[in-house]
Design a binder for this molecule. Sequence first.
Ligand code: HEC
Ligand code: HEC
Ligand code: HEC
Ligand code: HEC
Ligand code: HEC
Ligand code: HEC
Ligand code: HEC
Ligand code: HEC
Ligand code: HEC
Length: 523
Amino acid sequence: MNSTKLFLAGALAISLCARAQDVQHLSITQPGGMPGWPVITGISRGTNGVNVTWDGPAGYYELFEARSLHNPAWVAVGKDTNLNRIATVPGGTSNAFFKISGPAPIYAGSEACAQCHSPILNTEVNTRHAAAFTNALFVTDGGQTNTACLACHTLGFDLPTGFVNQTKTPHLTSVQCENCHGPAASHAANPDDPAVRPRAEIAATLCGGCHTDPRHPIFEEWTASSHAQVIGGLNATNQIDSCGRCHSGSVRLSLLETNALPMGDAQIGIVCATCHDPHQTNANPAQLRNPIASTNDYFMPPNGSFLSQYNPKINVCGQCHNHAGASWTNNACAPHHSPQYNMLLGTIGELASGAAPYQPGSHALLITNQCVDCHMQTTPFVSSTQPANKGHNFEVYQYGLCVNCHDTPGPLVTFVTGDVSNQIQQVKSDLDYWAAHSTNTAVQILFAKYGNLAWEYTTPGELSSGGKGPNATEQTEIPENIQKARFNLYVVLQDGSFGVHNPLYTITLLQTAEDWIEEELEP
Ligand code: HEC
Ligand code: HEC
Ligand code: HEC
Ligand code: HEC
Ligand code: HEC
Ligand code: HEC
Ligand code: HEC
Ligand code: HEC
Ligand code: HEC
């Protein structure tokens, strides 16, 4: 069943970089998605020889080596049952060539999956992927017979058993299961054989081979975004669940699907499949897992069961950009960097009334797509040097965006940016002033020991520098008013929008902080 075919895959280029991860994710992009053939992706020298990695569909592989051009006899390296798509060649010379023998790609077409995966197929057929070949515009553009278009709009184009034309291979039109999972006829015939079980790859490279080019450079934009970055240390056992639920694409998917945590494999960013459900179980065109807008308060703490706290109805960005359970009573450190959703709704921060506030601003209630309308603005394709902007670097380009909704944004911009930044500095210097001038003896002792850090958290926030603040016991000497004031200050700072997310509420938070500091200064 596994007829194999040999072909030249690549020549040796020694590189000294160590392999970064143990789990092999798709590291290349190809029009068509998951490669149907093996492709060599890396050759590097390790301690035990030369490591060769390749990519391709699930199945048995075998690596062959030719020592040099002058000695072109192919010698098998290891067995023909390699499932890991990595092999180490002991010794290894700098002139060697390698080739890979792998499973022949046999495409089945999505109907062949129906028998066992009908729930997935039933939703997947309603996605735009499933109409990529029949889309009216694609037809009028002549795409159906233009070979330049077929790799991304059909299954397995240009590969044996792949799409040929509409008459010969009508079951291989449009984007299907096997574009993303690799050829799977062998799996459909032998579902119990783990060796040919299709890959369920989540790396963005899977989508990136098609969602690219100047007309829709989504992969390029995403690659440049901070969502493609991952903070270090996520693989540590005390971080993988807690921090990984918002910082790692692989951890979050495992939690959502109640799979075991991907130990050792948490360094996957916020990938396409984190926000998009490729099988689309909900009826929205962009295949998002969560809605674009919502107005219920929400946060996901870094502890406790993920699923019992997960709310799928919350804004897709608010899923992670929330305060994560921050409270003014936490003295150890400043609130997390991520309170944007709660700032939009006015549900984080302390007010004089003390009650947990809910004060959404106009930007939460009147901007239909909330975060997306400001952070994912798009511009059309002009030319290959002026590509389209599909909004997938998630950045606000400039305050020029205010013009879209405000006739004379000038004063508004000054109000939210200039005034809020100034007020942040003002509250910070008022706290410093309080620390130096408080008539409270306990505070005077703190000031003697910590100087301007006397009002800070044990691990001070970004506005201060110079080591630790008061320890856990000493924190109780800091009056509640000051603790609440510093909390408001840091919530506004960590929000990062300098008031834009909720202008009037932001001003209220900072004003309240000032009032509390003044109160503490008046004996
Ligand atoms: C005869 C039944 C059957 C058919 C037909 C079938 N599958 Fe499967 N598939 C299975 C079983 C059983 C599993 C293993 C489920 C498990 O281990 O949880 C599986 C697993 C998978 C996985 C998941 C691998 C993973 O790591 O989680 C993918 C992807 C998949 N199949 C794709 C396909 C595609 C694409 C087709 C059609 C070309 C197909 N299957 C046809 C039975 C089938
Ligand atoms: C084989 C190429 C290919 C791969 C792989 C692929 N896509 Fe697509 N995708 C397309 C094409 C082509 C369309 C447009 C179909 C149409 O509108 O006719 C599309 C459309 C979409 C749409 C709908 C766009 C809209 O305007 O509503 C989303 C969302 C999407 N893809 C996400 C993904 C994600 C996420 C992945 C990876 C998990 C992925 N795609 C992998 C080719 C691909
Ligand atoms: C590199 C892969 C790739 C190639 C090659 C490609 N497309 Fe696409 N095409 C896509 C993707 C991805 C989308 C979905 C874009 C999106 O919604 O952001 C798409 C969408 C489309 C759409 C739907 C646009 C809409 O808004 O409804 C049409 C029509 C289309 N392509 C025509 C073509 C034609 C004609 C060709 C050949 C000249 C072609 N494509 C070649 C990947 C490709
Ligand atoms: C646009 C790419 C794409 C298409 C098309 C696609 N899948 Fe998937 N599939 C994925 C990704 C990414 C994952 C892993 C992430 C996840 O589980 O959501 C996955 C996971 C799976 C899994 C394992 C986890 C689960 O959800 O059960 C199975 C089984 C599966 N796909 C089968 C199919 C079948 C059958 C089809 C066609 C009817 C299909 N897929 C179409 C991208 C795709
Ligand atoms: C509720 C989701 C959530 C949880 C849980 C979470 N984070 Fe974050 N974190 C975010 C978001 C969202 C950002 C980006 C916000 C921004 O930059 O404005 C972020 C930013 C950061 C940054 C700054 C990144 C940079 O590049 O500047 C660090 C460092 C960080 N988090 C560490 C952690 C650690 C460590 C944990 C676990 C103890 C953790 N986070 C738990 C959502 C979360
Ligand atoms: C942080 C979440 C997030 C990530 C990560 C993400 N997307 Fe999106 N994507 C969205 C949202 C939200 C929209 C809807 C935008 C809108 O309606 O204006 C969208 C829209 C799209 C569309 C439809 C575009 C259109 O013009 O209609 C495509 C296609 C798409 N995404 C593909 C991808 C691919 C491919 C990746 C990975 C390279 C990716 N997305 C990563 C959130 C995300
Ligand atoms: C799965 C969690 C998650 C989702 C969903 C998510 N983000 Fe993020 N976002 C993060 C994390 C984590 C970071 C910080 C990454 C880093 O720097 O290491 C981040 C960073 C950012 C940044 C850059 C912040 C900075 O300081 O540079 C922006 C802007 C952003 N996200 C906007 C959005 C928008 C808009 C959406 C919704 C379309 C969204 N995010 C959805 C987790 C998420
Ligand atoms: C009215 C437009 C608007 C809306 C709505 C909006 N933002 Fe922002 N956001 C901004 C502006 C403007 C900035 C400041 C940009 C800058 O300086 O880079 C910002 C800053 C941020 C930052 C910090 C970026 C950085 O570089 O530090 C993050 C993260 C963020 N927003 C996420 C979100 C999320 C998540 C939502 C929805 C809950 C949202 N925003 C809603 C306009 C908006
Ligand atoms: C997508 C539309 C949209 C964008 C973009 C937008 N706003 Fe607004 N904004 C509104 C609406 C609607 C209101 C409420 C009506 C009004 O006061 O004009 C509002 C109100 C405000 C207010 C009054 C305070 C409040 O909460 O009612 C300020 C200040 C403000 N916007 C500043 C900005 C700034 C600065 C930008 C650019 C960074 C911006 N807006 C971008 C739609 C938008």
